[in-house]
Design a protein around this ligand. Structure first.
Ligand code: NAP
Length: 300
């Protein structure tokens, strides 16, 4: 049995692992996709203390390297559920593997929010994408749309404007939630067009996306695009752990200032935690707090 299992290998989970290892505990981090989490989708991070500019992948790699250098074990597995057992928790994985620990830190992050228009799921991989860093290269020289008005959408539009023939930035309001500095940078790109106060109505195309139907100023029109990059935020995916959590209406896990959930021995950190600011820095901060609280819980 490990002392602590951390579910999720993003900034929150990897920071938790680093802190728990340094407190002398045995730690296993289980990640289902890529260590580094959502940050690996960010082409450039300029607001993490100590770094003027770093790619998300590089930062993710460093966080992983740091946790492992402190002694953390890591597994690439998809966790399907947790069960309380004598002295702690059993963590079950899709592959059939099972691990146990005295305490669990949930740092499972959040998954991309979907537009919610017809045929969206059908077009995933055939024109609909949720990660410009991962899929942008497939659309080099082609017209695309980016949906959203936060930092992710602005960064995605900037990145795509470097290789795509045209980038429509489609946002439902006339002002952006993301940083002004990014908006100004986009205004300087000749192949970027802001499509504001616009609602996405439908994805058009047979086997692949060939257009995006939008409604703007009371009328509908089609943007001729081959790719639609959806960047409208994220939502947590804590269904598998719901019996042991108090979930908010949006599905985030409630916790106290120690990151302790409704259940003793179960902590939560990062973007899946109910809180007001979801940033890399607050994810890392949660990781440290949750780890130290879990260490205290084990030593009690
Ligand atoms: P976000 O800040 O929550 O922005 C989501 C955007 O999508 C908003 O503009 C929102 O519109 C729009 N939206 C939400 N639901 C929609 C829907 N159903 N249809 C159409 N539009 C919809 O999400 P994010 O951009 O993914 O960023 C998440 C957090 O990560 C933020 O705190 C951000 O600052 C941070 N981040 C940081 C970096 C970095 O470099 N450090 C990079 C990316 C993201 P409204 O504005 O009208 O609500």
């Amino acid at each position: 049995m490990h002392d602590i299992i951390v579910i999720g290998g993003g900034p929150a989970g990897l920071t938790a692992a680093t802190y728990a290892c340094r407190a002398g505990k045995s730690v296993l981090v289980i990640e289902k996709n890529a260590f580094g989490g959502q940050i690996t989708w960010s082409p450039r991070v300029e607001n993490f203390p100590g770094y003027l500019s770093v790619t998300g992948t590089e930062l993710g790699d460093k966080l992983l390297e740091q946790a492992m250098a402190q002694g953390s074990e890591v597994e690439l597995e998809e966790v399907t559920g947790i069960t309380p057992v004598e002295g702690g928790w059993q963590v079950a994985c899709e592959s059939g593997a099972a691990f146990s620990a005295k305490a669990v830190i949930l740092a499972a992050g959040a998954k991309p929010r979907m537009l919610g228009v017809e045929r969206e799921e059908e077009f995933v991989g055939c024109g609909v994408c949720y990660c410009a860093v991962c899929d942008g290269a497939f659309y080099a020289g082609k017209p695309v749309a980016v949906c959203g008005g936060g930092n992710s959408a602005l960064q995605d539009a900037l990145l795509l404007s470097e290789s795509c023939s045209k980038v429509y930035l489609v946002h439902r309001r006339d002002s952006f939630r993301g940083e002004q500095k990014l908006v100004e940078a986009l205004k300087k790109r000749e192949n970027v067009e802001f499509v504001l106060n616009a609602q996405t109505i439908a994805l058009l195309g047979e086997d692949e996306v060939s257009g995006l139907l939008i409604s703007q100023d009371g009328s509908e029109h089609v943007l001729d695009v081959e790719g639609v990059f959806v960047a409208i935020g994220h939502q947590p995916d804590l269904g598998a752990f719901a019996p042991y959590l108090a979930l908010s209406e949006q599905g985030y896990a409630a916790s106290d200032e120690r990151c302790l959930t409704a259940t003793p021995g179960l902590f939560v950190a990062g973007d899946c935690r109910e809180k007001t600011v979801r940033q890399l820095t607050t994810a890392a901060a949660d990781g440290a707090v949750a780890a130290l609280a879990a260490v205290k819980y084990i030593e009690k």
